[in-house]
Design a protein around this ligand. Structure first.
Ligand SMILES: [Cu+2]
Length: 154
């Protein structure tokens, strides 16, 4: 579930960085941690991620907290940038996801997707895959809620 940048990837950025320098850099740059609650009822209505919109930096981790039972968090097909792997948390389970790849990342609760239980995570620069993400069709109430979330990037 947890994706960590591989050493070769990190070296590709600088090219000349030694493994030791990489380790020191990673230790010093403390990636931020965020929390999104999975709720039966929140400020935006029933079956929600709260907050449902979050802007974070590459390498940050989001703790999806199963405050109420019967929810999960999973990536939405077509709404993750190239190079990011699809992921899915267990039902009624907390899940920690580290977002390494810049772009917009759509998140849904599998049981309540059609009830509009979706979230949008913006990792660094949204333009990476924003147009592709906007073309994804959603079901039921997810259609309106995702449109509202995407509209925040207008
Ligand atoms: Cu749910």
């Amino acid at each position: 579930m947890r994706k960590l940048g591989s050493l070769p990837d990190a070296l590709g950025v600088g090219g000349f960085l030694s493994a030791a320098a990489w380790l020191v850099t990673m230790g010093a740059a403390s990636a931020a941690e965020h929390e999104i609650k999975m709720l039966n009822k929140g400020e935006a209505g029933i079956m929600v991620f709260e907050p449902a919109f979050l802007e974070i930096a590459p390498g940050d981790t989001i703790h999806f907290r199963a405050v109420h039972k019967g929810h999960n968090a999973a990536s939405i097909d077509g709404m993750i940038p190239d190079g990011a792997a699809p992921w899915q948390g267990g039902l009624s389970k907390d899940v920690d996801v580290t977002f390494e790849v810049a772009g917009v990342h759509g998140v849904r609760c599998v049981p309540h997707y059609a009830m509009g239980m979706v979230a949008l995570i913006v990792v660094g620069d949204p333009s990476v895959n924003l147009e592709a993400a906007r073309r994804v069709e959603h079901r039921g109430k997810a259609k309106a809620r995702m449109a509202d979330l995407l509209a925040r990037l207008d």
